[in-house]
Design a protein around this ligand. Sequence first.
Ligand SMILES: [Zn+2]
Length: 411
Amino acid sequence: MMPEFTEELIDRLTRYCAIDSQSDASSPSSPSTAIQLDMQRLLVEELTGIGAQDVTLTDYGTVLATIPGTDPGPTIGFLAHVDTAPQFNATGVKPRVIRGYNGGAITYPDAPDLSLTPEDFPYLGEKLGHDIITASGTTLLGADDKAGVAILMTAARHMLMNPDHPRPTLRLAFTPDEEIGRGVDPRLPEDLGADFAYTFDGGRVGEVEYETFSADLALVTITGVSIHPGFATGKLVSAIQLAAKLLQTLPQATMTPDTTSGRDGFIHATDMEGDAAEMRLTFILRDFERDGLAAKGALLEQLCAAIAASEPRATITCQITPQYRNMRYWLEDDMTPVTLAHDAARALGIEPVSIPIRGGTDGSRLTEMGVPCPNLFTGMQNIHGPLEWISAQDMARATEFCLSLTRQALK
Ligand SMILES: [Zn+2]
């Protein structure tokens, strides 16, 4: 363990978390919120300060930089996202450090009813003596993914101060809007210029993730027949009733997010709006396999067709668009980035754990665009809510892991 990392990580994480950089899915601009640029400008300044090269803030809001290599080898990209999740209050984050965690319940100054206990969260029970960072009870912390940012900045500073630390050329990318699925601009793969890359956006120590969901979005539009209800006998066709019928016909005891786990996918209605004349329903379709995803789309289409057939005066359309794909499809052709991460973890005495993520990452899109990009642990826990926490010692392990990877890449 390198204790000097711990203090630098605590300093960086608490400073970064105090900066509000929440993204906003409803905003059409890029980045979605201007406040994310507050983080980006700070990173430009700090990267320049530690002597990184080619420091750039792109017009799509990503900060890029180079750590020059000491030896020839593959160019490796390292990514973290600067936005925090829109799902919970992220304004006025007051990070605090609980030194030498004693194993008891952690309470919150701004929310007396809230408590974080090792009974509810057994991973916390493994962190006796660690320095635990949390928010104050009314906001998320934003370790997702300021922890990734802090880890990469600390590793970068260490390498730039130690020109002998063996490494190939490294490229850093700090992206906005990951939480709203818009973190990877089409120009990023070329601007990054890496042979492969890693996101530091994972949870517990040891996580090396290279499987994500494959994801489609489905928009169902139901158009009924609108007429004054007083003259409606035998004429009115209610889009609301047909929408209810569709939802009732879809699987409910299976194939939903709350009834599935592990490798099983789902169909999930995320939004519904409209009126008796027209209803618009949004579904997300998720599966780890192409066949399974296609089958879910086909099922939804069939049910729409069956309901349309039962009411020929109504029109029902079902439009399915791809969102992202399981990164395993590309990685299984060349497992180098995964093998390297596994070797780098074992070199530190960490047993790597690779379980499929029931979601997507910036790495899913990047992999699809030709830059294989597994996701690595940072230590973050209970993300997107007030109980979010992280151990500074876990972050120090992730920093060592990053350094181990760069060393291992030359072998
Ligand atoms: Zn994240």
